[in-house]
Design a protein around this ligand. Structure first.
Ligand code: NAP
Ligand code: 8YV
Length: 357
């Protein structure tokens, strides 16, 4: 961690990044004055509000232009040729039009494993490899998936509210749903899907899955479609990438197949679930309930979901622990440094491995 060193962030970090100063104990009366552009540092563009761990690391080496392409397009047009790297999050949008504006960028470093907002084909065409942060967050995301399974099945958040609202003396609370021994279906048996399966096995759950390809070595039952899988499980956990290939993979037909005793858990991307169909299915009892960490239009969550007693909502926080966010920042920063200094990238996305020396 760099302490007491001028940090280069443009525009200077004030309101939206106050957490940054508070977190690192660097709040001081003249903090803004200390955050000036350092012409000796290479320039990178942050396309989203970055986590302080990542921003801190970047600002120790680079001048970070914080969303200048959005806040001041004409200033960005002037500085764009100097941009050597683009930093984003798993939710960030890096379209073809932006990549075309940064001819000297050498890397797009995503703080997250998902990169569905990055136009990877355009990046390849512009010779800009894309990196992400796989593996380091797998445990946390799997933990939260199981947390949501337990939360919806055993109504833990609702029970907490029940006690806090003084309802216990007039109880008892309604019965929950047994999780141990239940049937889990996983949509996407990749790094995180497998970690979810390992945890669910510990609860004596049977595991079935769907993915683009069957995994005979997994020992789990394979179903070719999400609807077939849904018809055979109690908890359907979605953990695929987002993007066009998975848009509305979970639709009204899948929810119908999951049925009135089935629960949907989504820790993937909001785009994977047809949110309108989900709300209807929850309202009319087509499914029993849902645990949702991701939404179609974050950070906006449809108000229809707020009041539903059979739904548990979390704010896209599956990887949000101090330990994991530090590991993600370290890896994203290492990728940025490697990319901008022509060193081998640590974790390019699969589509870009062929570009890497
Ligand atoms: P991964 O190892 O690449 O696994 C992705 C899995 O999804 C693979 O099994 C893949 O199938 C499957 N898949 C892809 N397209 C599919 C389709 N059309 N139909 C069915 N299955 C499909 O990725 P990961 O590391 O596990 O991460 C998965 C995703 O989790 C990320 O991309 C991100 O969107 C999400 N995520 C969310 C959070 C959060 O905070 N909520 C945090 C981290 C990650 P094949 O194996 O057959 O190719
Ligand atoms: C993060 C994610 O919330 O890794 C991903 O794909 O969605 C999450 O880990 C995100 O990247 C940080 O903004």
């Amino acid at each position: 961690m760099i302490r007491g060193k001028p940090l280069s962030v443009n525009p200077p970090l004030q309101d939206s990044h106050s957490l940054f100063f508070e977190f690192f104990g660097q709040r001081c009366p003249n903090s803004v004055a200390r955050l000036e552009i350092d012409v000796s540092k290479p320039d990178v563009l942050a396309v989203a509000k970055l986590h302080p761990f990542y921003l801190q690391a970047l600002a120790s080496v680079y001048t970070v232009h914080d969303r200048t392409h959005i806040t001041d397009p004409s200033a960005f047009a002037a500085l764009a040729p100097r941009i050597v790297g683009v930093a984003g999050t798993g939710e960030s949008s890096v379209p073809r039009s932006l990549l075309a504006q940064v001819p000297n960028a050498k890397v797009v470093s995503v703080f997250g494993v998902g990169y569905d907002g990055v136009d990877v084909q355009a990046a390849i065409e512009h010779g800009i490899p894309v990196t992400h942060t796989p593996d380091v967050l797998t445990d946390d995301v799997a933990d939260l998936a199981l947390g949501l399974v337990l939360s919806v099945g055993r109504t833990i958040p609702q029970a907490d509210q029940f006690v806090r609202a003084g309802q216990w003396p007039a109880g008892p609370i309604a019965l929950g749903r047994k999780v141990s021994g239940a049937r889990m279906g996983i949509v996407g048996l990749g790094r995180i899907g497998k970690a979810i399966a390992r945890r669910a096995s510990g609860f004596g759950m049977s595991i079935a899955y769907t993915a683009r390809s069957e995994k005979p070595d997994s020992g789990f039952e394979f179903f070719a479609t999400p609807a077939e899988l849904a018809a055979n499980v109690d908890f359907l956990v979605v953990i695929t990438p987002g993007g066009t290939g998975t848009k509305h993979l979970i639709n009204a037909e899948v929810l119908q197949a999951l049925g009135p005793r089935g629960f949907l858990i989504n820790v993937a991307r909001g785009s994977v679930v047809d949110e309108t169909a989900l709300i209807a299915a929850l309202q009319n009892g087509t499914i029993a309930g849902a645990g949702l960490d991701v939404f179609a239009n974050e950070p906006n969550v449809p108000e229809a979901l707020w009041a539903m007693p059979n739904v548990v909502l979390t704010p896209h926080m599956a990887s949000a622990t101090t330990e994991t966010r530090q590991a993600m920042a370290d890896l994203a920063f290492a990728n940025m440094q490697a990319g901008t200094s022509d060193q081998p990238l640590r974790t390019p996305v699969p589509e870009c491995t062929a570009m890497v020396k």
